[in-house]
Design a protein around this ligand. Structure first.
Ligand code: DGY
Length: 321
């Protein structure tokens, strides 16, 4: 008999075919979100699960799934998983680093350009039939070329974003908890600055750090005040790193000029304040969503699960085993 596993959300057929070689697979192909009770019930007789960032795995949850040996996130971020609780319950946890860096970096640029050049605002105007002809001062935006890009977090994705900035002939500054190695700084043509310098100097501030208690509201009211009134803020990392209420207030008052956002506090609920603003470009957490990359992410999660349940060390194991 093959071990039973659960895939909590819809995945590609290739992924199911691969998993089925090893496991008796139940998959939520109708993609109906499951509340924690339903999920725990479905997992009560399973050895492993492919999960996504909306599945919260904590101590109380694990207590209801005594047979569980592995949870494999289809995401590089894993703030939905309590690693300590997993280790205590002898459950392996994995993520999907590396395969989404370029795609997420590309999308960060989509947000930068859309926000700086007011693309979503202009498209809305056009769709509403309001365009009555070319005007010299219509939708005046901000130039991205030769501007200063400030990157919070020069990890894998931050580096991709920095390297793309070379084409726009930008000055790149960054801040991180640790300064990057000289060869990384050189490849990215990025200079290390402190947090206040980054906020005060950048025309575009973009965030590429993981969510944790240390990065919760990394950008809030005070930080927004330190940014230039002409600057824009980009977030394609995690909701909660920016204080959304403070950001809405700053965008309303003109403390900063605009924001491009792919992630939000309390996703998928959106603070309604964002919808009243013209100076935001909004996306529903799709920065890694190219077909090729989402397939790679799901496949990597599946490979992690196969390794975990066949006595191998999963390639992306997050907790000690
Ligand atoms: C990740 O991999 O953490 C992304 O946010 C998922 O889209």
């Amino acid at each position: 008999m093959k071990p039973k596993v659960l895939v909590t959300r819809e995945v590609f057929d290739e992924v199911l075919e691969y998993l089925s070689q090893y496991f008796d697979v139940t998959s939520n192909q109708s993609d109906i979100p499951m509340n924690p009770e339903t999920l725990a019930t479905k997992l009560s007789d399973k050895l492993g699960a492919i999960i996504t960032l909306s599945d919260r795995i904590d101590e109380a949850f694990l207590a209801r799934c005594p047979d569980l040996k592995a949870v494999c996130n289809i995401a590089v971020g894993y703030n939905n998983i309590d690693l300590e609780a997993c280790t205590k319950a002898k459950v392996m946890a994995t993520n999907t680093p590396g395969v989404l860096d370029d795609t997420t970096g590309d999308f960060t640029w989509a947000l930068i350009l859309a926000t700086a050049r007011r693309l979503t605002e202009a498209e809305t105007y056009l769709r509403k039939g309001q365009w009555d002809g070319w005007k010299l001062k219509q939708f005046l935006g901000m130039d991205v070329h030769h501007a200063t890009l400030g990157i919070f977090g020069l990890g894998r994705i931050g580096q991709v974003v920095a390297r793309r900035a070379i084409g726009f002939e930008m000055k790149v500054i960054y801040h991180d908890v640790r300064r990057a190695a000289p060869e990384i700084e050189q490849a990215c043509r990025a200079s290390f600055v402190n947090k206040d310098e980054l906020l005060g100097q950048a025309d575009i501030v973009t965030i590429h750090v993981p969510y944790s208690s240390a990065t919760h509201h990394l950008v809030g009211k005070e930080e927004l005040k330190r940014m230039k009134p002409t600057s824009i803020l980009i977030n394609a990392s995690r909701g909660g790193i920016v204080d959304d209420t403070a950001l809405i207030e700053a965008l309303r008052k003109g403390t900063i000029a605009g924001a491009g956002l792919d992630v939000f506090e309390n996703e998928p609920k959106l603070n309604p304040g964002f919808l009243e603003l013209k100076n935001v470009a909004l996306a529903p957490h799709i920065a890694s969503s190219s077909k090729a990359t989402r397939l790679k992410m799901a496949m990597l999660a599946a490979q992690n699960l196969v390794a975990a349940l066949t006595g191998e060390k999963p390639p992306n194991l997050l907790n000690p085993f």
